[in-house]
Design a protein around this ligand. Structure first.
Ligand code: OXD
Ligand code: MN
Length: 589
């Protein structure tokens, strides 16, 4: 399929290590993918679902020990520990290669080695990057064929270039004691062993498009961010685009596919989804910041997705989707998960492969991190600009977290550096679903803590530098919090579609159409400037949502200061400066 020497040599080298029975190059044709689907069904790797109700859909159950990303076993392997920084696990590259090649050696015996050429971004565009993943898992091939653009065309685009990311995945025995996901940003290489879970083995996603790409971006003056991208079309017509970063469990996919409430729909508002997880951001010819979604599909969390919370995501899963670790309804061979509806199947199989009666069982049927892998084109509100090789121009960047108190519904940073400070200070409270303990606060700067492929102190400096390069063309930066609660612990903001009310204020601020209050933490809305019509939210509640409690913010300041200590001398002076400025503004409050 290619004459590219660097590719052929690497494939040969890996073949010698893993020792497969045979080698198959993925050409991207439907015919080849169909044959693989059939083969995987025969081997029991995937299960074909009801093709009338769910055309092109399949189900996969992973090993119960292999259901999520394994952050403690994820490593950044740079020459020095300092290059990986204080927030990453680090191994020396020689040590990691040696250890992982030993695990990989001979592990494809009797198996097929699949070689997947793929592009992150639009093939042929100067914004896109190419990777090649070798895997022994058909499930991985089929997922990659949804999440990225794969096939021969990608190799044709690559030509003789040596600039591509080498990715090796070995399922091995799915042994959690020997599971490792290692990144070699200085070699453009990734090795993942002993897992078959998406986040660990779809190497184009977190591994390449965030960890390796963030390092490339630092060296090439662009940014790879854990951000959704959406377009808002107001009644007047011109679509404006925003990026938003939130830690897990803050409703990122829901915001990316937001359905406006009736009153906004009637007025003519529309939301267009460009991406739900990753944004590659570059400075365009016009000096503005432009974003592309490097992915081609959604790898979304299934539980909680329903007609009300996210009808667009639900519709995205109606065809050509791979479900992982959800419930199989045996009556009609379809799928179900907690939070889909109030009608769990009685004759079903749970994610562990056991018989399951949803009406009687007190155990969950779907794993809380069960997933759907769906083509982005399935989404009813996918942006017409999704395939635009230039991407979309970004007017605003939003940072958010899940905070019961302290952070208001929305505020605007005073300028770019202050906005970088707001992003660096994101922290979020855990939910019962993820830890069993509610309200544990953890810092997750720019929601990139698990995904930054180099020293996070340098990453902050890179953000500051991008602001200098953008100058007065820089997007405005905002903080949001959809999760404030009252004295009884009840959410006081409706969230979901009603978040458009906040986006509306943000866009008005970007267009200089509206004034704002100058507060200690940033610019904030005047109470009449957030449209509450038909929201069910009273003026009093809005007041609470926008309230700044000096004592809580003083505590917040201490928490940020404590967190910043891990960066030592490498903390950007600009951020230290922002911290001091916030302190004095709060003291004068
Ligand atoms: C994801 C994540 O799977 O952020 O997107 O964990
Ligand atoms: Mn994510």
């Amino acid at each position: 399929m290619t004459t590219n020497n660097s590719v052929l040599k690497w494939v040969e080298k890996i073949k010698e290590i893993v020792n497969p029975e045979n080698v198959v190059w993925i050409d991207g044709s439907e015919e080849q993918l169909n044959n693989l689907r059939e083969e995987a069904c025969e081997k029991g790797e995937i299960i074909q679902l009801n093709q009338e109700k769910l055309p092109g859909c399949y189900l996969r159950r992973t090993n119960p020990n292999d259901v999520a990303r394994t952050e403690s076993r994820t490593f950044i392997c740079t020459k020095t520990k300092d290059e990986a920084g204080p927030t990453n696990n680090w191994w020396a590259p020689e040590y990691a290669y040696d250890k992982l090649y030993k695990i990989a050696r001979g592990s494809y015996k009797g198996k097929t080695m699949y070689v997947i050429p793929y592009a992150m971004g639009i093939p042929g565009s100067k914004f896109s990057k190419i990777g090649i993943e070798i895997t022994d898992s058909i499930y991985t091939v089929l997922n990659m064929a949804i999440m990225t653009r794969v096939g021969k065309e990608i190799l044709d685009n690559l030509g003789d270039s040596e600039e591509w990311v080498r990715g090796l995945h070995c399922s091995c025995d799915v042994d959690e004691e020997n599971r490792y996901v290692c990144h070699f940003p200085q070699d453009n290489a990734i090795i993942s062993v002993n897992s078959c879970y998406g986040g660990n083995v779809l190497l184009g996603k977190k591994c390449f498009a965030l960890r390796i790409a963030s390092y490339q971006g630092k060296n090439e003056n662009w940014m790879a961010e854990h951000m959704l991208i959406l377009g808002i079309q107001p009644p007047s017509g011109e679509i404006k685009y925003i990026c938003a970063a939130f830690p897990s469990a803050c409703g990122k996919t829901n915001l990316a596919m937001l359905i406006p409430p009736e009153i906004y729909k009637k007025a003519g508002y529309k939301i267009w989804c460009v991406g739900d997880d990753i944004a590659w951001l570059r400075i365009g010819k016009d000096g503005r910041l432009w974003a592309v979604n490097p992915e081609n599909g959604f790898f979304g969390v299934a539980p909680g997705t329903n007609e009300k919370s996210n009808p667009n995501a639900l519709k995205s899963t109606s065809k050509n989707t791979i479900f992982t670790n959800v419930v199989q309804n045996l009556d009609d061979n379809t799928v179900w998960w907690e939070g889909m509806d109030n009608n769990p199947p009685e004759n079903a199989i749970d994610w562990l492969g056991n018989k399951w009666n949803g009406k009687l069982s007190d155990k969950k049927g779907a794993h809380p991190n069960s997933r759907f892998t769906s083509p982005a084109k399935n989404c009813p509100c996918i942006s017409p600009e999704f395939d635009n090789p230039e991407g979309v121009p970004i007017s605003a960047i939003i940072f958010g977290g899940r905070r019961a108190q302290t952070t208001p519904l929305v505020y605007q940073s005073f300028d770019w550096n202050h906005g970088v400070f707001v992003g660096s200070a994101i922290s979020s409270e855990s939910t019962a679903a993820s830890t069993g303990k509610v309200g544990v606060l953890s810092h997750n700067p720019m929601a990139m803590m698990p995904f930054c492929g180099y020293n996070m102190g340098d990453y902050f400096k890179h953000w500051i530098k991008m602001g200098k390069l953008l100058g007065d063309k820089a997007p405005k930066i905002f903080g949001v919090n959809w999760f404030r609660v009252d004295e009884d612990g009840k959410f006081i903001w409706p969230g979901f579609g009603d978040n458009i009310r906040v986006l509306e204020w943000i866009l008005k601020r970007c267009d200089n159409k509206i004034d704002a209050k100058n507060t200690a933490i940033g610019y904030m809305p005047f109470e009449n400037d957030i449209n509450l019509e038909e929201s069910g939210v009273s003026k009093e509640t809005l007041k609470k949502l926008l309230n700044i409690d000096k004592n809580l913010w003083m505590k917040e300041l201490d928490s940020i200061k404590e967190f910043y200590k891990i960066f030592g001398d490498n903390l950007s002076k600009d951020l230290e400066n922002e911290l001091n400025k916030l302190k004095s503004r709060l003291e004068n409050m």
